[in-house]
Design a protein around this ligand. Structure first.
Ligand SMILES: [Zn+2]
Length: 241
């Protein structure tokens, strides 16, 4: 397992890169990374701080069993509840990224929000995404976190209907690349839909094989993140502070 300092640096980089790519929304949205094996202690980005400004030292260490583990007002209670419940109910998910990126969110607003396998990116998610079709307003209850964790079942991705997307992983770099690819896949799918022509959907065998091929190249995802991190470091290394 990575050290807390390494996790802080990687999480700050992932936040800044998401802003750089325009996937963030205002000063909302949350990323977290577990620092304990049971997932109960985790780092969370501070409330209402723009993703592009976050430094490693700004991330707040909280505990999912202890509402007094953080200073009131410093973090979003919604994020503490939802991320805390998912981390402890799914200890294999060490990293959770939640965003409202345009194309993934647009897909979540369709009557049929399925990420259909129409090319290599979307095929990565074939039968590997859970869907929440019960948006009930802004959630701040532990029960909502538990509901979302149970909706995930064995998956690590949740397309939240009329809301956005949640990506889990055992690694920050892989979660970042997965979020990037999910948004790109949604962009391609929405663009294909927008032509009004019928989609040429890949057959199940090809889609499944492509998804399995993606799962064999986690090193590709990590390389993507490390390359992006080095570009960020050359421009402004303050995320490491
Ligand atoms: Zn949200």
């Amino acid at each position: 397992m990575k050290t807390e300092l390494e996790l802080r640096i990687d999480l700050a980089a992932a936040l800044r890169l998401s802003a750089k790519l325009g996937m963030h929304e205002a000063v909302a949205n949350h990323f977290s990374a577990a620092v304990s094996e049971d997932g109960k202690s985790f780092l969370l980005n501070p409330k209402w701080v723009h993703f592009s400004k976050v430094k490693a030292s700004d991330l707040i260490l909280v505990h999912s069993d202890d509402p007094n583990s953080f200073e009131k007002g410093k973090i979003d209670a919604t994020a503490w509840a939802i991320h805390g419940q998912i981390h402890q109910l799914r200890p294999d998910i060490k990293v959770i990224m939640h965003l409202h990126p345009i194309y993934s969110t647009a897909l979540s607003c369709l009557k049929n929000p399925t990420m259909l396998p129409v090319e290599q990116n979307s095929a990565r998610y074939f039968n590997r995404v859970s869907y929440d079709s019960h948006y009930g307003g802004m959630a701040d209850q532990l029960a909502e976190g538990q509901r979302l964790a149970s909706l995930l079942q064995q998956n690590k991705r949740l397309l939240m209907g009329n809301h956005g997307v949640l990506i889990g992983s055992h690694d920050i770099g892989i979660a970042f690349d997965d979020m990037y690819t999910f948004e790109r896949a949604a962009q391609i799918l929405i663009n294909a839909y927008s032509t009004g022509q019928a989609l040429n959907i890949l057959n199940d065998e090809v889609a499944e094989k492509t998804a399995q091929d993606w799962e064999k190249i986690e090193d590709f995802s990590i390389a993507h993140f490390e390359e992006m991190k080095s570009i960020l470091a050359a421009e402004d290394p303050s995320f490491m502070d």
